[in-house]
Design a protein around this ligand. Structure first.
Ligand SMILES: C[S@@+](CC[C@H](N)C(=O)[O-])C[C@H]1O[C@@H](n2cnc3c(N)ncnc32)[C@H](O)[C@@H]1O
Length: 271
């Protein structure tokens, strides 16, 4: 089945009261091909069983195919698989995605060079920040989400012929620990925790966001992560919020509004 491609810049809406659902297994699309060995390695890394068939899988599971890593849903096999895809990105320097005039870039500040994206998710924002010229360390605590993002970045490099090495590094870690032990001294720390769940269910909720929430939950500890980030960032912490949500901490220094979202900036200025 053709996968749905997770496109950069798609608006995000949250679903209320969803509970976290573990990824249950790794599967090779073609057990006779090289995908089998890749799936076996991935299963070992993620400490998940290597499934022989999808027949008995009743949760989310990863499938290694010859063209990329996919997330599939055993609860509803009719749903198309999801893969992280950056190959369609418009890489021209003045394209809308990469414009330095957009609110995200302005929120990061003119002097910021070194950025930690402490809620990397599928690395959509981390890659855009990298392509805008920041040096980015992206940290994601879900091993499954990290694997999907890593696969998307690998295919982006192969497709664009562009190496991200030295410009974007992806770590699978809990950011509250990472920030406290890392030797990196980031100018800015970027946070994009899961948006608060909306009370009214909407059919328009994108499958990738439903599945992301299934995998990672609600990020209920986001205010703690902000507090740690404010102790570490040299210049600022930038938090992405839905335009109608309260700030994560009561005292942002300024806010910049974008399409459906707001960037709250907490200046730290410790040179
Ligand atoms: C909404 S997603 C981020 C989306 C991301 N900005 C993108 O462009 O793809 C939030 C992600 O942050 C991760 N996260 C939240 N708190 C974290 C923490 N303390 N350490 C590491 N990852 C965290 C979650 O697991 C989730 O994948």
């Amino acid at each position: 089945m053709k996968p749905d491609l997770l496109r950069v810049g798609a608006p995000r809406i949250s679903q209320p009261g969803s509970r976290q659902i573990a990824c249950v297994a790794v599967l090779a699309d073609n057990p006779l091909a090289v995908t089998h060995d890749v799936a076996a390695d991935l299963a070992q890394t993620l400490n998940l069983p290597l499934a022989k068939t999808s027949a008995a899988l009743t949760g989310l599971f990863l499938t290694v195919t010859e063209t990329g890593l996919e997330l599939r849903d055993g609860r509803d096999p009719r749903l198309r698989p999801l893969r992280v895809d950056f190959t369609h990105l418009d890489l021209r320097p003045y394209s809308a995605n990469l414009s330095r005039r957009q609110p995200l870039t302005r929120a990061m500040g003119k002097k910021s060079r070194i950025v930690i994206d402490a809620t990397a998710g599928y690395c959509q924002d981390a890659l855009l920040l990298t392509l805008m010229g920041f040096r980015v360390s992206a940290v994601e605590r879900s091993p499954v989400v990290t694997a999907l993002a890593r696969d998307g970045l690998r295919r982006f490099e192969a497709h664009s012929g562009m190496s991200l090495s030295g410009r974007l590094q992806l770590f699978n870690d809990e950011s509250r620990n990472f920030l406290l032990v890392s030797a990196l001294k980031p100018d800015a720390i970027y946070l994009d925790p899961m948006f608060p769940a909306k009370r009214k269910k909407s059919a328009a909720i994108k499958k990738e966001m439903r599945w992301l929430r299934d995998l990672v939950g609600d990020d209920a500890d986001a205010a703690d992560l902000l507090a740690v980030s404010r102790r570490v960032a040299r210049d600022r912490v930038v938090v992405k919020r839905p335009d109608d949500a309260a700030p994560l901490a009561a005292d942002p220094s300024m806010s910049l509004s974008g399409k459906l979202v707001r960037y709250d900036v907490y200046l730290t200025r410790r040179g």
